[in-house]
Ligand binder design. Structure first.
Ligand SMILES: Nc1ncnc2c1ncn2[C@@H]1O[C@H](COP(=O)(O)OP(=O)(O)OP(=O)(O)O)[C@@H](O)[C@H]1O
Length: 287
């Protein structure tokens, strides 16, 4: 069961941002939702959390339409990249409001996290720096009882030390609760090892969906002298290339058949998630 997103379309005026998105989030996994700036990630997450309505399509949780069903809606929490909290409100009061909305809230855990991140919960939200706004929103996201937690750019403004701490806390929370986390981020390199499944969104559609391991198993860099590389890559799905001096490289997605003879001059290695993402989404003018 889990969350099923079926044929979601979203138009802002003439701009068709989402063009028939289909995806599924099953319980107990960590997902990455990746896409370039303006690809439509936040729009999609806002639709899933019923904050905005789609032009077409449905979102269900265990078969119940999320926007019509309060019991389904309270199982979903979206940490937005936008700051939706009143600037003049104290953080403690904002935690109370969250508790009222979600029925319960883990204050012991929130206090522990606040101490770890050196966040004073007596402060007003408007007084926080960009990084501390993210930290506060992350604490809320980790302490609400929702089964599906969507994190939209959770790393916004976090320094390297706080990012490490956040990754650690996220994994610890995941190990203990087996909730589903869906992370939309541009820090692909840092998140790659934490993600189990990935969706790559491009031009308002899902371009790649699957287990990170399976996706990367199909992604290669073929490198060597240009002529040999091009000969070896003939007929493969070449998604990009690069040259460094005499060495030429083709990026390939979709696998390499075993029958091909690899010349001694050519090397074949797997790509990491960030390199694959860059090459799949590189076209100028496309998102
Ligand atoms: N309320 C709105 N009215 C009009 N256009 C909108 C609105 N919200 C989003 N858009 C447009 O939809 C497109 C997708 O925006 P969205 O914020 O979903 O992208 P994103 O993938 O989250 O981008 P980023 O990584 O830069 O945050 C953009 O072109 C944006 O300008």
């Amino acid at each position: 069961m889990g969350i099923e997103v079926k044929n979601i379309k979203k138009r802002f005026g003439k701009h068709e941002v989402l063009r028939g998105i289909n995806l599924e989030f099953v319980p107990g996994k960590i997902y990455g939702l990746l896409g370039r700036n303006g690809a439509g990630k936040s729009t999609l997450l806002n639709i899933i959390a019923a904050r905005i309505f789609p032009t077409a399509g449905t979102v269900t949780l265990d078969g119940k339409t999320v926007c019509d069903d309060d019991s389904a809606l309270e199982q979903i929490y979206l940490m937005s990249e936008r700051n939706l909290y009143p600037e003049g409100e104290r953080l403690k009061k904002l935690l109370k409001t969250t508790e009222l909305l979600y029925g319960s809230f883990d204050y012991t855990y929130a206090n522990k996290l606040a101490a770890e991140f050196s966040l004073d919960l007596n402060q007003k939200f408007g007084k926080l720096s960009t990084g501390y706004r993210s930290i506060f929103k992350l604490i809320v996201a980790l302490c609400v009882p929702a089964r599906y937690v969507f994190l939209d750019e959770p790393d916004l403004g976090l320094d390297a030390n706080h990012r490490e701490l956040f990754y650690r806390e996220l994994m610890e929370n995941y190990a203990q609760t087996h909730r589903t986390f869906i992370v939309s981020t541009h820090l692909i390199g840092e998140f790659a090892n934490l993600l189990e499944r990935v969706f790559i969104i491009k031009n308002g559609q899902i371009l790649v969906a699957g287990e990170v391991e399976d996706v990367l198993a199909k992604a290669y860099l073929i490198a060597g002298p240009k002529e040999d590389v091009c000969k070896y890559s003939a007929g493969l799905n070449v998604i990009g290339h690069e040259s460094l001096g005499n060495i030429y490289g083709n990026y390939v997605f979709g696998g390499v058949d075993d029958e091909r003879h690899l010349p001694d001059t050519v090397s074949l290695e797997h790509l990491d998630l960030q390199k694959l993402f860059i090459n799949l989404t590189n076209e100028k003018g496309e998102k």
